[in-house]
Write a protein that binds this ligand. Structure first.
Ligand code: GRF
Length: 220
């Protein structure tokens, strides 16, 4: 019985595209049952519809209070009976109740080497800080914004000629589109779990996030 996967987006959906491809070619043992977006104009919705995946819109603008939006999102997610929820370019902050309900089943991808550069505008901040390296992190979602236990990180050297655009492109193409499908594949196979704030890969607690070197061949 394949795992049930729901993907939550707000924007372009490049990570969604990669997750659709990996569920369709069997690298992720899951059925992608729905794409949920808080924006009805998210370009990623075209990709979902083209793939024949049901789309649900939960517009955050329709709710006066953030908790009302979260309740509506939780209802939409619950209806999917998901084994895994992936936030993929989702740009709203989720509060404790929804996160607690899905803790251990909800992953996010963030374009920085967490815990450095939580929040927005990471590529520009990396340049401003003069960081030697940059990358992305897949982590379990916990109530701390961009702060959940990391599963896998991909990193590369920042070059002298880099600007925010070149970094964003390299983070996405050299890191995100590889590490996110891999992490979801491990979770779908039951090879990852979150226990008391510690990420376990099979029967080993991770002392540090996995890396690009841990990618299985079909995700490289
Ligand atoms: C990506 O950098 C992702 O890490 C961040 O949003 C950006 C766009 O993601 N969360 P996508 O193209 O919408 O998947």
């Amino acid at each position: 019985m394949s795992a049930r996967l729901a993907v939550v987006i707000s924007g372009r959906g490049r990570n969604l595209e990669a997750l659709i491809a990996a569920t369709r070619d069997g690298r992720i043992a899951a059925d992608l049952t729905a794409v949920i977006s808080n924006r009805d104009d998210a370009p990623g919705l075209f990709c979902a519809r083209a793939a024949g995946i049901p789309v649900l819109i939960v517009p955050h603008t329709a709710y006066r209070q953030r908790h009302e939006f979260e309740t509506a999102l939780a209802v939409a997610l619950r209806e999917q009976r998901p084994d895994i929820v992936t936030l993929a370019g989702f740009m709203r902050i989720l509060g404790g109740a929804l996160v607690a309900e899905f803790e251990g089943r909800m992953l996010n991808i963030h374009p920085s080497l967490l815990p450095r550069h939580r929040g927005l505008d990471t590529h520009r901040r990396v340049l401003a800080a003069g960081d030697a390296e940059h990358g992305a992190t897949v982590h379990f979602v916990t109530p701390q914004l961009d702060g959940g236990p990391a599963v896998i990180q991909g990193r590369f050297s920042v070059e002298a000629h880099d600007d925010a655009e070149t970094l964003a492109e390299r983070v996405l193409n050299r890191v995100e589109l590889k590490i996110y499908p891999q992490a979801v594949a491990w979770l779908a196979r039951g090879e990852l779990r979150l226990e008391d704030g510690i990420v376990w890969r099979r029967d080993t607690p991770l002392r540090q996030p996995l890396s690009l070197q841990d990618l299985e061949p079909e995700f490289r």
